[in-house]
Design a protein around this ligand. Sequence first.
Ligand code: AKB
Length: 317
Amino acid sequence: MKKMRRILVIGAAGQIGSELVPFLRNKYGNDNVIATGRKTPLPDAIKKFGPVIYLDALEKNTLSKVFYEYEIDTIFHMASILSATGEKMPQTAWDINMNGLINVLEASRKYSIKNVIWPSSIAAFGPTTPRDNTPNTTVLEPTTMYGITKVAGELLAEYYYKKYGLDVRSMRLPGIISSETLPGGGTTDYAVEIFYEAIKNKKYTCFLKEDTVLPMMYMPDCLKCMIDILEADDSKLKRRVYNLTGTSFSAGEIAAEIKKHIPEFTIEYKPDFRQAIADSWPKTIDDSFAREEWGWNPEYDLKAMTKSMIAILSKRL
Ligand code: AKB
């Protein structure tokens, strides 16, 4: 019988981590998925059903100890400072994103971890990148600290793969829209906040301009991509980093879609410093390599995602 994976999720309190842990536990068994948190308390749904530990990726020695004690063979390294917070505290963003990553890679190499999944982002692109149908291999000259850590991280992952044979896999995630945990400190966060405000207050002030188009993905697709890339046959992968997208829309388009469900909803636009970040990112993404090499196939477009978000949040709020 095939041995079940033993998975460590670093950053389990975050927007993706908090849903990834139950999703992985469902597939690989509750006891085989160890959730770790640092500052933010972990949700009850995570604490109740499986192992939970405190872990700071900046503490090198603790990482190897945890890998050994829990017999880990697979890592999801999700802990990261996002784009908007990164601009407020660039040194901290560098420290957490880069030193956290190299510690994880180094401990993984020493402990012969089988797979490391580490998300990159569309933030790896910059103003000199073609903005429409952005190819996988293209100019990477980001202007945010977050983007710089993503490009450096991609190169580091590639280095560990080539030099040490460490199987690191990475995907450039777009903005993630989800109904469980709010994102924190990103430029695409507006596309989640807008739902909460539309349901609670019937109005929203958007920090991006109406015609700002960005690539996005709904959480069920995001969770699917995590397992799909992890389980992809290594012989089919021709690269370590993949472009990914769900759907692209502007702030005005998502507002119009929400209005179909909540006709009283109104929106105004007051762009702040995040506008410049959004303007430096692609509008649409070419993810054909992910589709060809490991069968990436997202389900949700703007219409289906809006319907699902409103149904879930209306019940809960
Ligand atoms: C952000 O807005 O910073 C993130 C991202 C696109 O990586 N959601």
